[in-house]
Write a new protein. Structure first.
Lengths: 252, 157
């Protein structure tokens, strides 16, 4: 099996390497990807069209809104899938056998406890900044959501899973993940109700105190918040299911 | 010398192919399911490297406009002279756009960044589902070694 794998890998690698000379040079501004008018349009017209200086967020949340919406659905489905694969009732009979005598109610370590107590609020504040400022500086819903979820994972690591679950119990995880997608698709359907296309944010200036151009910027912030909700919930759900082997009792 | 030139101008493709082949080899040949998943992750990283390196432009910055371009009122006396409102005046969007000049070669290509942002999310999702399946396999078979799982499947028949 190993020699077969080596032959396959070398063959594939040789085929790919023989095509390298046809690729554009590193940093070539004239390469097809960089010279194509779509990417030129994104660079020059994003700010005039949507008043958002961060082109990546503008393309993500506005021009390719469908893609991002179903991306959010993908992580939602992944979270549901992990839950349905792993989730089970805690195995009480294991404890009766006396095999699992590890005590999970450890006394919290002073240094770890104090450090995490200081770190977690700052991490969460930073996550909110990354979400809220995502269309003006590097950031956005996915990144901020993952940082926010990581703060709960840190809480679960430093104490135990129950401490984190007091803030995000399983029911709230599912609710938050669903609310995120509802916020995103709600913006799309609001555009439809006002007589425009799905996710065509410009029409939302009718219900927002903003010009059509600014409405696109504000709507991007709105859908990013939806993405952040789903991301936060699913990241913590993936961690808590994987770390507790599905019974939500004991962790690492 | 020619080979060195070919290597130096296209080194990003060489690196991505090497990393990708490491991941592919791990996925095919490793016996342990978690090691296979690590291989898949390495494979995805290679694809991300490939796409991001395609969007690079020589001498360009990240695809975010400069603060001075978007808020030209700071240190730019042009608008104040026009309107006479003093330092409190904020130029409207139309005024900013009229004075805005963006050179496409000054900013990196945003499209590969967007595509890879979503690819990273898919990567996290697939890795999570893969790890969950591995845990389930361990629960049912007591092992995550492929050969031992196949053995216990055969003996169950």
């Amino acid at each position: 099996m190993k020699s077969f794998a080596l032959i396959a890998v070398i063959l594939t690698g040789w085929l790919l390497l023989s095509a390298v000379s046809d690729f554009p040079d590193w940093g070539d501004t004239e390469s097809p990807a960089n010279d194509y008018r779509l990417s030129q349009h994104y660079i020059t017209e994003t700010f005039p069209e949507s008043s958002v200086p961060n082109m990546v967020t503008a393309v993500l949340a506005d021009y390719r809104g469908y893609d991002t919406m179903f991306e959010t659905v993908v992580i939602f489905v992944a979270g549901i899938a992990i839950m349905s694969i792993l989730r089970r009732k805690p195995l009480d009979h294991l404890k009766d056998k006396g095999k699992e005598t590890r005590t999970y109610k450890k006394d919290p370590d002073l240094i770890i406890d104090t450090t995490c107590r200081l770190m977690i609020p700052i991490i969460q504040l930073f996550a909110l900044y990354v979400v809220a400022h995502g269309h003006h500086s590097p950031g956005g819903g996915f990144q901020g959501g993952v940082i926010f979820g990581a703060s709960f994972i840190l809480l679960a690591l430093s104490r135990d899973l129950q401490a984190a679950q007091r803030w995000v119990p399983e029911k709230r995880v599912l609710n938050l993940a669903g609310i995120g997608i509802l916020i995103y698709s709600g913006f799309g359907f609001a555009c439809m109700l006002l007589g425009s296309n799905f996710l065509d944010y410009e029409i939302l200036h009718k219900i927002m105190p903003a010009t059509p151009v600014e409405a696109r910027s504000h709507s991007m912030l709105g859908v990013e918040i939806g993405v952040a909700f789903t991301c936060t919930a699913i990241m913590f759900s993936i961690y808590s299911n994987l770390a507790s082997n599905g019974d939500m009792k004991e962790t690492l | 010398m020619e080979l060195f030139e070919a290597l130096s101008t296209k080194f990003n493709y060489w690196i991505y192919i090497i990393i990708m082949m490491i991941g592919l080899y791990a996925m095919i040949s490793k016996n342990n399911l978690v090691k296979k998943l690590i291989g898949m992750s390495i494979f995805q990283t290679a694809i991300i490297l490939f796409y991001v390196s395609i969007g690079v432009k020589e001498g360009a910055t990240i695809p975010i406009l400069y603060h001075d371009q978007v808020h030209p009122s700071h240190g730019d006396s042009h608008h104040e002279a026009d309107t006479g409102h003093g330092e409190d005046h904020h130029p409207s969007h139309e005024e900013i756009v009229a004075n805005l000049h963006i050179e496409p070669d000054d900013f990196g290509n945003p499209l590969p960044h967007v595509l890879m942002l979503t690819a990273i999310v898919v990567g996290v999702a697939t890795l999570g589902v893969g790890l969950a399946l591995t845990q389930k396999v361990y629960r049912d078979f007591g092992s995550i070694e492929e050969s031992e799982i196949l053995k216990s499947i055969k003996s169950a028949k």
